[in-house]
Design a protein around this ligand. Sequence first.
Ligand code: KIV
Length: 292
Amino acid sequence: MLGRMSDPAAVEQPNPYGSERPTAAPVRRVRIPHLQAMKADGRRWAMLTAYDMYSAQIFDEAGIPALLVGDSAGNNVYGYETTVPVTVDELLPLVRAVSTNTKRALVVADLPFGSYGGSLEQGFHTAVRFMKEGLAHAVKLEGGQAMAPLVELLTTAGIPVMAHVGFTPQSEHQLGGYRVQGRGDAADALVDEARALESAGAFAIVLEMVPAPVAARVTEVLSIPTIGIGAGPGTDAQVLVWSDFAGLRAGKAPRFVKKYADLRSTLTEAAKAYAADVESGAFPAPEHSFEE
Ligand code: KIV
């Protein structure tokens, strides 16, 4: 008797739970010097967040050079009201999923609130976990001058750091809500913070909700790439949260978001059509069924 696996009639089906990717030519990983060369050449680039295998694969294949596994997973994966509650243990598996499902993009892991600000030792330990367990290529942390010693420690230890100034969502309670930072007299201080982080070794810096002229000024004075979100057109790169740019969010998005797709409507319509087909008996059809 033929065994189950050797039955010639048993045509192998695609693994319904699998993660196979369409075959692609080998590609080179984007590295920090590539991003720096783009600044030197005046070429702008886009970063997106990603939190799972499909978003990672799709954005990687679309040619997005850097993917951020943001602590915005707190709002966009776990459904918390802010990024504050999300933990290292919640973010690590998402970082690993994104890292292992990209071939080209530089994957940056966000260090969540409370996981790095307590001491240099704490910050070092957390960053190492994201590199070793999450397989990230770099980490991101929020904060200005006060973070410079940690940035220096991490970069000296071989951990590339993306800095983040302006509106820093982890400090939203301290900042009194979602407010543009660096207006008026505060502009010089913001430029100084950015300079201090560059001097400490950061390879790039996110500028969030900063007046466009101030972001352009920071971009001008720094030699590392600036990545804007709500910071106008004068930065070297832009970043958007993927669920915002793809229209998954219900309700109004922030002013700085441009919606490039309406996946919420697409998926709602698909779910309704599927439910209707199941109810009417139209699905599964013969082509979705196996013969004896
Ligand atoms: O967590 C995040 O997604 C971010 C970006 C908004 C820069 O920090």
